[in-house]
Design a binder for this molecule. Structure first.
Ligand code: GDP
Length: 206
């Protein structure tokens, strides 16, 4: 039998900045800036015997791939969360602030549910409280950051969320380090709330 481990999960579309955040906040050494869509596997990094960081690529359209392939990826992700949800004390949904506005508004107009919205709802249905890290805020101006935040809040029905969910929506820049201390503290708090505070010390800025 496999040894029992707890999982700190970073989920989000390819290129959102999951690997960058993982390497800023943990001792894991993921490859940063892989070609989007090239690696759609769930990647696991062992921090200790009992604590692992998991990079989950999110689902959605994959360039040059069939619908059947996309569905298989989605099934794997759904299965991962359904199998391990009780072993996930903290889960960070990483969203690229710059691309969310371009991509999602176009999709909503066509009546397609944006992937990040679907992911958020899925995590919440599984009783996880997703920490939403709206990343790459260094790439856009203040007004656009505001727009991205408002847009994401609309997607996740922020106004009607319980307080602990509202607290977990933040803007960050993995590149410049903006608000990474806030993200670190939130992750630590989620670890404490799930009675695994012994792992708090592995979450620190690098
Ligand atoms: P992943 O596919 O979600 O793991 O994303 P990566 O961490 O590999 O990042 C994708 C690309 O975005 C890389 O070229 C990163 O250097 C870049 N990137 C990640 N975070 C930021 C950020 O906060 N600001 C900027 N400007 N670029 C970022």
């Amino acid at each position: 039998m496999e040894d029992f481990a707890w999982f700190l999960v970073f989920v989000g579309r390819p290129n959102a900045g999951k690997s960058s955040l993982i390497s800023r906040l943990t001792s894991a050494k993921p490859v940063i800036g892989k070609k989007p869509g090239s690696t759609r596997r769930i990647n696991t990094y062992k921090i200790t015997k009992k604590f692992e960081v998991v990079d989950v690529p999110g689902w959605g359209k994959i360039h040059d791939r069939t619908q059947a392939y996309e569905n298989r990826i989605k099934d794997q992700i759904v299965e991962f969360f359904e199998t391990y949800k009780f072993q996930i004390p903290a889960c960070i949904l990483v969203i690229d602030a710059k691309s969310i506005i371009d991509v999602s508004e176009r999709l909503s107009k066509k009546g397609i549910i944006p992937i990040d919205q679907e992911l958020y709802a899925f995590l919440k249905d599984n009783k996880l409280i997703p920490i939403v890290a709206i990343n790459k805020i260094d790439k856009i101006g203040e007004v656009e950051v505001e727009r991205a935040v408002e847009y994401i809040k609309k997607l996740i029905d922020f106004e009607n969320l319980p307080e602990e969910y509202q607290e977990a929506v933040i803007t960050v820049s993995a590149k410049q380090g903006t608000n990474l201390d806030v993200l670190r503290d939130l992750i630590r708090k989620h670890l404490r709330n799930n009675d695994v505070e012994e792992f708090e010390r592995y979450i620190k800025l690098r």
